[in-house]
Design a protein. Sequence first.
Lengths: 507, 620
Amino acid sequence: MAAIGVHLGCTCACVAVFKDGRADVVANDAGDRVTPAVVGFLEKEVIVGLAAKQSRVRNATNTIVKVKQILGRSYGDPIAQKHITESKCTVVEKGGKPKYEIDTGETQKLVSSEDVAKLIFSKMKETAQSALGSDVNDVVITVPFDFGESQKKALGEAASAAGFNILRMIHEPSAALLAYGIGQESPTGKSNVLVYKLGGTSLSVTMIEVNSGIYRVLATSTYDGIGGVCFTEALAQHLASEFQRTYKQDIRGNARAMMKLMNSADVAKHALSTLGSSNCFVDSLYDGIDFDCSVSRARFELICSSLFNQCIDPIKKLLEQVGFKATDVNQVVLCGGSARIPKLQQLIKDLFPEVEMLSSIPPDEVIPVGAAIQAGILLGKENTDLDTITIECSASDMLVKEIDESGNKFTVLLPSGTPLPARRQHVLQAPGNISSVCLELYESDGKSSVSEECKFAQVVLKDLQKKTSGVRDILTVLTMKRDGSLHITCTDKDSGKSEMITIEDTS
Amino acid sequence: MLIEAQAEQCTFVTRGLCAASVLCQVEPVGRWFEAFIKRRNRNVSASFQELEDEKESSEESEDEEYQLEEFPLLKTLDPKDWKNQDHYAVLGLKNLRYKATQKQIKAAHKAMVLKHHPDKRKAAGEQIIEGDNDYFTCITKAYEILSDPIKRRAFNSIDPTFDNSTPSKSEGKDNFFEVFSPVFERNNRWSNKKNIPKLGDINSCIEDVDGFYSFWYNFDSWREFSYLDEEEKEKAECRDERRWIEKQNRAARAQRKKEEMNRIRTLVDNAYSSDPRIKKFKEEEKARKEAEKKAKADARRKEQEEKERVKQAELEAVRLAKEKEEEEARQQSLLIKKEKEIQKKAIKKERQRLRTSCKNWNYFSDNEAESVKMMEEIEKLCDRLELASLQSLNENLAVSTKEEGKSAVEKQIIEVNAQLKKEKEQEEARMKQSTRGADNSAMGGGSGSKSWSEDDLQLLIKAVNLFPAGTNARWEVIANYMNLHSVSGIKRTSKDVINKAKSLQKLDPQQKDDINKKAFDKFKKEHKVVPPSVDNAVPSERFEGPGVEMSPWTTEEQKLLEQALKTYPVNTPERWEKIAEAVPGRSKKDCMKRYKELVEMVKAKKAAQEQVLNATKTKK
């Protein structure tokens, strides 16, 4: 039994399989680990992937790209409208839904976005099956955080039509976290993770709180205007001006030449992520002239400097939105193919100087890998199909007052946002030379500093045997039930003396 | 480091928590989420698992502290008679019995040992019987039995306090549930299976009751009677003895087991026969069946009635429709009759009018003969003309002068005559056709539709001549020949052929010749148009030896011959005659000879070429 995770993006689709306890992306029949989400309709056949992308220059009106943008949207939807105006393929309205009008010589047909997505899913299924050597149906599919019900439904229908049995749909940022196994080792502790996804056509930043191994999205924002394509376009424009400078020919008006240039720029952009400079070479670009131009990484970064700023600003906005400082973020996860760009990684690193940046998994594979891991978890379980759910969490931090050299110090015993019921056990230390210990318990919302008003209880252990040296260990166990009542037990490890209190929820 | 408590401080709660819990949306991702959901669905919590464990353990400790009941006769027990002692009572677990847990037994044993161990008692200054005769041995033995699950089961099986009695049928007659319920409860303990169905009460549904009885009829008991074994296997001195003992024991056990099964069986039988619910169900079933039967019969009757009714209605409808139709037809015929009469009258009147008007004009003629002829014509007119045309004619006559009238009448007469003539012709034609049809059918027999083309006729004549009378199965052979050679593609049987041949014989010989000639002409014509094609395959006569003297062929003659060969292909009739005609100065025989020579030459040439080719090949 194997399960797979599929990520369908605007520009690319990627599939990872979960086998023998680990998830890995599988390469398609062309040997690429990422398949372009492009579908081309020819006279007799339908092609998906790289071949479709390459033949787009000749078959632009019958090639569908970025189908995800209109998937499950109505014709009047502004995003759908935007897609329709940009699309080289004619889109008509039928029953309120946008349909592609495909004209392959003798036959004309209307193709819905679900059909196109289905073709891509079928391709991904084939890829996974050829890698596994067996039939595979169970799949976890990733969706962007802002996907609505109708879009999820459309995606689900497309996947079902391709023969998939959808175990669950999960959000892309959560999948990214899962790929790195954040919070998966032990179910305690709390951390904040920033997921930065720069895809082909969109940028999304998400702040996720990981508490007890459970992920909670604190804030997220998506920017549709910016993506990897923008970089390619900027580079292509630069190349076009270079061409004009050399040959005194303006090719910007020639759609076909520009498409060729875009393809070349795309290759160059990818190369620049690893190389210092790259060569753009287009045979017979315009008027029979071969175009050859070298671009250095520095040049590329100069061309795209404004784009980089646009890419970084959303992070700052998000931090403001959740009220975090850069130090409040524990980890940054990069995903989306364009997150490979070295300059971008540098800029993010500058923003979070002390934060661990996770990019060990190729950024465009992070999400499918996470989905495959989730598929592995769900494999063999029943009733797997559930959406985001609501659970009870503790509202505030539970703290205890301690002293050290610098003065009063508060230690978090039970962090806010812990799923309930929860139980936390701490060993606190007290000086051995005192006969009584007092644990002053405070609650705090985590933002404002702790004051005396926050104190809600104290536990006192008296008549303890004095020790001449060393420390005494006080075992403190906090348990919080789903109704919010808190139960605290403190035990002196040496004498076994214990005190316990129960605090009911008043709100 | 925790802070030190002040002297006056003590544990207390200042205030409740403000907003202790909030609802949060979480992502359905990761294994901890799965674990969380699983716990929540099962209503268990990991964080409380330990607490619960603690609680359980405390409960268990309570169990251990179960008030052991001192067995008053303990000290009087004879250790040698351990088999007959109540081990539970000895350990002070008289009330728990088979429900006692292993832990409880262990604890009870511990307590007993602490209390009754000879050393302890010795310390207390009690008199101890030395050796195995002390009653403490009983405690040890009891623990030995009860701590071993197999031995304990054996002992449980013959638990002396167990009531083996089964109530009789009469006992359970009036208060079935009171009597049988405790008995079944009691016997539950022997079941291997869990989830034992309850006897239930008078209102239990049929499924439950069925389930209960099927469970008890298939009762799977763990009760066994090894404890009652008379001989002990361990005591045996040799293998044979051990075997014998084993056999004995097995037989005894089987006997007891059988008895036990019988006991359960009787119990269940008794219960089943006196169960008021079973009676009730049976009655209900009977009533239901009867009701069903009745309902079925009712339904059938109703159906029958309905069918009858429908049939009646249909018949009635048909009858009515028929009557109505008849009525209508009658009306119609009456109407038609009336109309006809009216028309007849009108025609009569008109005819009269025509006659009188013609008479008035003296039949448009002066001499007798003409007028008589006219009269005849007029009569004919009267007969033939329709009402409308008669009327118009009469009107014409009424308003016109004599001359005009004459012309009009004559015109009519001519028309009528023309019509008559035409009809006559048609009649004749029809007659002719029918006679011809008859002819055809006479000639062709059953297959008159198969037409005989002239080609076929010719072929037939040829065939008839080829296979003279007396040939074996002559007509079959002729038919086959026809089928083989006919170009029309019509399959003919011998019958067809006989018919045609007979009809041909009937025709006068002149006609036969005609047909032959015509066919021949046509053949000639056809074959001239056929595109010429040379087929060397069929030289039909023997080749005569080369020794025959002849004048050599000139190139011109040769050309002519070749041309003629091409013009008249192999299948041309009288090919060689025609070819000979085409080549002046050469007879038919000459031509054929020359042709054969040519063929030979070509063949020789080819063979030579091949030889050379082969030679070169072998050389290679």
